[in-house]
Each structure stands twice: as C-alpha cells, then as structure tokens.
Design a protein around this ligand. Structure first.
Ligand code: SAM
Length: 236
C-alpha cells in the first residue's frame, strides 16, 4: 500500500484556544475571525493570484490536536445525543482515518505585509494552530447543492439558549477597543450551547470556563440561560 507525505501549506491563527466551544461546522458563528499564515515554501503572492475574486474558500486541514488519538469505524455523533452509532464515513467526526477535515469559510481579504502572505477568514470552526494542507476556491455552481439530502444532520442545529452578561462582563467587553466584537462573539459561542451532549440533560446550575482570543471567560448555565459571570485577560 502506498503512503504519502503531506507538507502543510500554512496554519491557522484562531480565537479558539481549545476544542471546547468551537462550533461543529463553519459559518455557524460569523464573528469567528481567523488568519491563515502561509509556511515558507508557499509564502509568495503568486500562490493566491486570482483568489481575491472568490468570496469563500474550502480549507482542507489536519485535525492535529486529536490525530494521534486513533479512530474507529463507528462513532457517536453529538447530533444524535451521543447515544447512537454511525459509520465514521457517514459523519464529520474528528477521529477518522487520515484525520483530514474540510471547511468552507468566508474569505475577507488577502494580505502580503512585511514579507508574510496571509488570508483573513471568518466563520471558521478551527482550533488555533490547525495545519492547513490545501486551499480551494468555493465554486457556487458546483459546490452548492440545495436539493441534497442531509441525513441525520439535515437541519442547522437550533439553539434555545439565551445569553446574559453581568455588569462587570459588559464593562470588560466595552473596554476592549482592539476587540470591538467581543461581546457579540462570546454571545454567539454560548448561544450554540458548547456543552457535551451528556451535560445538556443535567439539572441545576453548571459553571464552565473557556478561552477565546486572550480572554478567560467564566459562565454558568441556569435552565436555558447562559450567564457570563467574569471575563479576565490572560497575563502576557
Ligand atoms: N468542518 C470540518 C469538517 O467537516 O471536516 C470540521 C468538523 S468537526 C465536527 C468540528 C470540530 O472539530 C470542532 O467543533 C472542534 O471541536 C474540532 N476541531 C477543530 N479544529 C481541530 C483540530 N485542529 N484538531 C482537532 N479537532 C479540531
């Protein structure tokens, strides 16, 4: 059997510093902005000549955080509450042979500054540091399939959670001039209920923490309401 070596073309700088809280698919949180930084072999403008004519791109990437943790033929999609098993090739599971993922994301800009080529992206579902193995333009005439069947993942996941902020959390967000969309971003992340399926059925108040950009965020869930309790900046 033939094996192949792949040289990543670049990597992602993302606000998502841990897997927890990343949406399950791209574009569910449009405020999630990221940069794709090109690696030295591909760090030339000619690699992206013409790409600015497209609004969206496909990213092919490696699930690098979990790639060494193996895979199995059957997985439990969170969409089915973690109770039912489906074949790995019938899912978008991260634990899969070759650990390759694909996401169609919005292309907001192309930069070549101080000798570094980068893409500005939004609506991403990728962890900080994710290695990118290829980029392709999204072709609406061929890639958009309105009549396609979505199987057990047919509809966009609906969220029922509301989000509230304590006065401290609001004041903190308003003071972050370098992150004008911070409050909206946190709100969108929490609305989609990032908890694992088995926690969603738990009764009572549950407290959680996550890091977005350089901010540590603590919140609690009471019924259907997320309350953002405290936000602090990580020390440099
Ligand atoms: N859109 C991609 C696809 O369909 O191949 C990814 C779908 S996968 C279900 C999305 C999840 O991958 C996210 O919720 C996050 O937990 C996880 N993830 C994102 N980047 C990752 C990385 N570099 N390594 C491991 N897991 C990652």
């Amino acid at each position: 059997m033939q094996h192949y070596q792949i040289e990543p073309i670049g990597y992602i700088q993302s606000p998502y510093k841990q897997k927890f809280a990343i949406p399950r698919q791209p574009r569910l949180i449009p405020e999630a902005k990221a940069k794709l930084i090109f690696n030295p072999t591909f760090n030339r403008e000619e690699f992206v000549r013409g790409l600015d004519e497209f609004s969206h791109v496909w990213l092919l990437f490696r699930f690098h955080e979990t790639a060494d943790k193996g895979w199995s033929a059957l997985v439990r999609p969170p969409r089915l509450g973690g109770n039912e098993k489906k074949g790995v090739f019938a899912t978008r599971a991260t634990f899969r042979p070759n650990a390759i993922g694909m996401s169609a994301v919005k292309l907001d800009g192309i930069n070549y500054k101080n000798g570094q080529l980068s893409l500005e992206l939004s609506g991403i579902d990728l962890l900080d540091g994710t290695p990118i193995i290829d980029i392709k333009p999204y072709l609406p005439y061929s890639d958009s399939l309105p009549d396609a069947l979505g199987g057990f993942a047919d509809d966009r996941p609906e969220t029922e959670l509301t989000v509230e902020f304590t006065p401290q959390a609001i004041a903190f967000c308003q003071a972050q001039s370098a992150f004008p969309e911070l409050q909206g971003f946190i709100s969108s992340v929490l609305k989609q209920d990032p908890r694992p399926a088995y926690k969603k059925t738990k009764e009572g108040i549950q407290q959680y923490g996550m890091t977005l950009h350089c901010f540590n965020i603590k919140w609690q869930i009471e019924g259907n309401c997320n309350i953002v309790l405290e936000i602090t900046k990580q020390s440099a």
